[in-house]
Write a protein that binds this ligand. Structure first.
Ligand code: SF4
Length: 301
């Protein structure tokens, strides 16, 4: 047991005590309202969905095929593994065709060894009807909902062209958690104009919500994004984290997060061909090792 914080694996073990589980990303082919013109056409300024879509996740294949490929990928190492179908790409609840969406969820759950659903979405794409359907599924099969919240500061949300407010996040997270869904949020540290204190203010507001998990990462500048262009044209500046400064921030985040909330991730490592900056050359596990070493040093008498 990690002495400093609750790991996401601990949360999963409390829900699935008899086996290991692994998320398998699937792409259901939905778009995003922040890209298709419903909210805007530009998307969030840092977004390039290629940077977080695994290769086995191809929307031209059925959900069953995608999960089967994911199982082959992970099953080689852990043959007894079970899986959570992770509807991750773009905005996976952005559709008016609710029946189709529900049938995709059911299809995922019908694949052998799939034991739960993870739904990644925006706070403004979570109608009450979907909450009720997911709550019904959750009665027999665990459902996790992950909201891209990113920051609690509305001015930053405007700068990054996020297209929703902090209050939208509070409303969606509260409705999800009150319906009994395992509710997590995702935040980004180092957004344009934000200081460490701004990030910590967001974390302090986030941990007041009824969430069971928190996922963080440092801002990364990805090739061919609006953020990349704005920085190149010197129209925006970002104080990108060094590993050392980000370690300090993570220690503070850990200290303010109660044990009831699992910390799922601290860093993101985008593919090298897409990443412009910051180039840390650290894998996720290497950053976590550095973080644990720092926590160990700090806890020495
Ligand atoms: S980050 Fe998510 S919400 Fe923002 S544009 Fe990309 S897919 Fe849409």
């Amino acid at each position: 047991m990690n002495p400093w914080y609750t790991e996401y694996g601990d949360l999963l073990r409390s829900i699935f005590p008899d086996f290991k589980v692994q998320k398998i990303s699937v792409n259901a082919g939905f778009s995003c309202p922040n890209r298709d013109g419903t909210i805007s056409t530009g998307g969030c300024i840092y977004c390039n969905n290629r940077s977080f879509s695994p290769s086995y996740c191809d929307p031209s294949s059925s959900i069953t095929e995608q999960i089967t490929r994911g199982k082959e990928f992970f099953g080689r190492k852990y043959p007894r593994m079970k899986y959570l179908a992770y509807f991750q790409s773009y905005t996976s609840t952005f559709t008016t065709a609710t029946d189709r969406l529900v049938s995709l969820w059911r299809e995922a759950l019908s694949v052998p060894d799939v034991v739960g659903l993870v739904i990644g979405t925006r706070p403004d794409c979570f109608p009450q009807k979907l909450v009720e359907i997911l709550a019904e599924i959750n009665r027999t099969t665990p459902v996790f909902v992950e909201f891209g919240v990113e920051t609690s500061h509305d001015e930053t949300l405007r700068i990054i062209n996020r297209g929703h407010s902090w209050q939208d996040s509070v409303d969606a997270v509260t409705r999800s958690a009150e319906a009994g869904l395992h509710t997590g949020i995702h935040l980004i540290a180092g957004l344009p104009g934000e200081s460490d204190d701004d990030v910590l203010t967001t974390v302090s507001r986030a941990v007041e919500l009824l969430i069971s998990s928190l996922k963080m990462h440092q801002l990364q500048v990805i090739r061919d994004t609006t953020l990349h262009r704005l920085i190149s044209e010197k129209k925006i500046s970002c104080d990108l984290y060094t590993p050392d400064r980000y370690l300090d921030l993570c220690v503070k985040i850990i200290r303010m997060t109660p044990r009831s909330i699992a910390l799922e991730r601290f860093v993101s490592s985008s593919p090298a061909d897409l990443l412009v900056a910051p180039r840390w050359n650290l894998k996720n596990y290497q950053f976590v090792n550095l973080l644990h070493n720092r926590l160990k040093q700090l806890s020495k008498p």
